[in-house]
Design a protein around this ligand. Structure first.
Ligand SMILES: Cc1cc2nc3c(=O)[nH]c(=O)nc-3n(C[C@H](O)[C@H](O)[C@H](O)COP(=O)(O)OP(=O)(O)OC[C@H]3O[C@@H](n4cnc5c(N)ncnc54)[C@H](O)[C@@H]3O)c2cc1C
Length: 603
């Protein structure tokens, strides 16, 4: 059959046929030989019940030796509905589809010289536990006559009254920001009883509470939530309160059991019963929940890093972390010092300047700056843009394309992108440099995404503040640190004292296992270790190489404890795999984890 296909499709199909034969025969060596010397297999729960990338033939052997008997993969084929196989620069690539004993899967394959170079395998659906979509959608109305009829509203009200009181949820998600909400929506569709708790009153408040000028830095095509896309008239960069309203609407129509004004006080795993004891305070009353799974979706930009400087106790002006910054209104005509030079620092400086404050930014070390326009067109445009949509790109394909590039080599694809941006915006960077701003492009010049994935910090997507820095409207002290605060100002290591009525600490956020320390115990936080980062051995991302984001969306060293979050794209995409991991456990489907990550760093 493959002989009638065009050349690239034939090569791909032949490889898939050989791969399937080897797997069916349990011939791990033959399967491994289909991969090149340099090769990467990224698996999102299809084989490993983990999020893991193995490298080289040894990696393939190891993964298959642990999983093949159980997974029983079959039916490998080109997924033509996702796109035709293509060939460029000696690399043939194709979307693929297959099944395992328990799941339906899609993936992506790249062949170099006929050998596997990158393979992505992802499970999107558990057989027999499909979401009620399309022709499986619920009927809603029950035609006929039934004296005991309950309306949808009655059923929904009943469920909300029972869950957490007379019945227990299978999963509790702490944190009802976009992360908790997206995961909650997927779990609802999979029939996993779930309660989301958030200390804020309304869904969306995490965005509403941020400084008033904030708009999303990522464009709309990147930001959709699962199931409901933003409408076609949604702004490219949504203002924070609009996102807040969208999340509130979403939580309601997706029928989430969302407990607002509910603070999680503590959580403890009861090993003997295999359940968590989660103590929450809801509207002043203490309630104990006993879920079997606990997800911390408390935000990677939630645990404020507040520095301790001598003199903070004597400073007589206002001082707060960027997460507490209310906006510029109270500071017209005042002197503001913003400590930090990343996203929040820039946004806050610009808003304070617009609000008539005298603003100084204090930059300790270099920052990566990329102009929003350049990022949109050169870095993101191919996958997430109006042009991409017009060319047939879908959110699913874009997410999977992004996922198909193994982290080990992703920087190699990013470096040329940022080289191009540097050339295009050379004047801009020169002006910033001339103003004394310390610039970098990442340790290996791989730019914004790699910094985000490795350390989640160290950059600003320029939407205007950089011109104010270059032009001196926002004053700059760079290459300096704070020595101490006085009653009236900030003393720097260069000997200057900056008079200040306001000091903003735009000093970033801590690792999410800090939440586990606060809510569970230091012991569990240490057992789990640092959350986020790839182990790239670059600044703030210490090795050893992990190959995936540490502890995110996958099993951790603490049984039944999960971390969820990230930007809107990650939250959308990876919530699927986390939801399926939870669903499988609820259904008693065996989920032996291949390659459970070890903990190397405490935070
Ligand atoms: C200034 C700024 C700009 C950003 N811009 C973008 C952007 O453009 N695009 C993007 O995708 N991301 C952006 N981010 C990142 C952003 O933080 C995340 O995308 C998003 O907020 C993460 O959502 P989340 O649900 O993981 O966490 P959060 O939104 O932080 O939500 C965590 C929730 O947990 C709750 N919580 C914490 N502890 C408890 C407890 N003990 N009990 C009950 N509830 C608790 C909090 O109240 C909060 O609502 C930005 C972040 C900042 C700070």
């Amino acid at each position: 059959m493959t002989a009638t296909l065009p050349a690239t499709a034939r090569v791909i199909s032949q490889w898939l046929d050989q791969f399937e034969t080897a797997l069916k025969e349990g011939d791990i060596e033959q399967a491994a030989q289909l991969f090149g010397d340099e090769s990467y297999w990224r698996d999102l729960i299809a084989f490993s019940w983990n999020i893991v990338t193995v490298e080289g033939r040894d990696g393939v052997r190891d993964l298959l030796a642990s999983t093949l008997d159980r997974v029983r993969p079959h039916g490998f084929e080109v997924a033509e509905d996702l796109g035709e196989p293509a060939e460029a620069g000696g690399v043939a690539e194709s979307w693929i589809r297959f099944e395992t004993a328990i799941g339906r899967c899609v993936g992506h394959l790249r062949l170099r010289d006929g050998k596997g170079w990158t393979l992505l395998t992802t499970m999107y659906e558990l057989i027999g536990h499909e979401e009620q979509q399309g022709d499986r959608r619920p009927r809603g109305a029950e035609h006929g006559a039934n004296p005991n009829r309950q309306t949808w509203l009655e059923r929904r009200t009943h469920e909300a009254e029972e869950l957490g009181h007379t019945t227990q949820p299978y999963t509790v998600i702490i944190g009802g920001g976009q992360g908790g909400i997206a995961l909650g929506a997927r779990l609802r569709q999979l029939g996993v009883p779930t309660i989301i708790v958030d200390r804020n009153p309304r869904p969306g408040d995490a965005w509403r509470n941020r400084y008033k000028s904030l708009c999303l830095h990522d464009p709309v095509w990147y930001d959709h939530l699962p199931y409901i896309d933003f409408p076609k008239n949604w702004p490219v960069f949504a203002p924070k309160d609009k996102i807040g309203d969208w999340l509130e609407m979403y939580a309601r129509v997706m029928e989430l059991n969302y407990w607002g004004s509910t603070e999680c006080r503590s959580a403890k795993y009861d090993e003997t019963k295999g359940e968590w004891i989660v103590v929450v305070e809801r509207d002043g009353a203490e309630i104990t929940l006993r879920p079997q799974q606990l997800v911390l979706a408390t935000g990677m930009s939630g645990k404020a890093n507040i520095p301790t400087f001598e003199g903070m106790d004597v400073f007589t002006g206002d001082q707060h972390h960027s997460s507490q910054h209310p906006g510029p209104d109270a500071y017209r005509g005042k002197r503001a010092v913003v400590i930090g030079a990343n996203n929040s620092a820039h946004d806050i400086c610009a808003a304070l300047w617009e609000g008539g404050a005298d603003v100084t930014m204090v930059q300790r070390s270099s920052t990566h700056i990329v102009k929003s326009d350049s990022l949109m067109t050169i870095a993101l445009g191919g996958l997430y843009s109006e042009e991409a949509v017009a060319a047939g790109m879908t959110t699913q394909k874009a997410d999977l394309t992004f996922a198909s590039l193994p982290y080990r080599i992703m920087h190699e694809f990013q470096i040329p992108v940022y080289d191009e941006i540097r050339k295009k915006d050379a004047d801009f960077y020169a002006r910033l440099g001339a103003a004394g701003f310390l610039l970098d492009y990442g340790d290996d010049d791989s730019g914004l995404f790699m910094k985000y994935l490795r350390r989640g910090s160290g950059y600003y997507i320029d939407v205007g503040a950089s011109e104010l820095v270059a032009g001196g409207d926002i004053k700059l002290e760079s290459g300096v640190d704070v020595v101490r605060l006085t009653e009236t100002g900030v003393v720097l290591t260069n000997g200057k004292e900056l008079p200040a009525d306001l000091v903003v600490y735009a000093t970033g956020y801590g690792s999410m296992n800090g939440w586990a320390a606060d809510l569970i115990s230091q012991e569990v936080a240490d057992k789990v270790g640092k959350v986020w980062g790839l182990g790239s051995n670059t600044t703030k991302d210490p090795g050893p190489w992990e190959g995936e984001q540490r502890n995110m969306w996958k099993p951790t060293q603490q049984q039944a404890l999960w971390f969820h979050g990230g930007n809107l794209h990650q939250s959308r995409h990876y919530s699927l795999y986390l939801a399926l991991q939870l669903k499988a456990r609820m259904e008693g489907i065996p989920t032996p984890v291949y390659g459970l990550q070890e903990s190397h760093h405490l935070r």
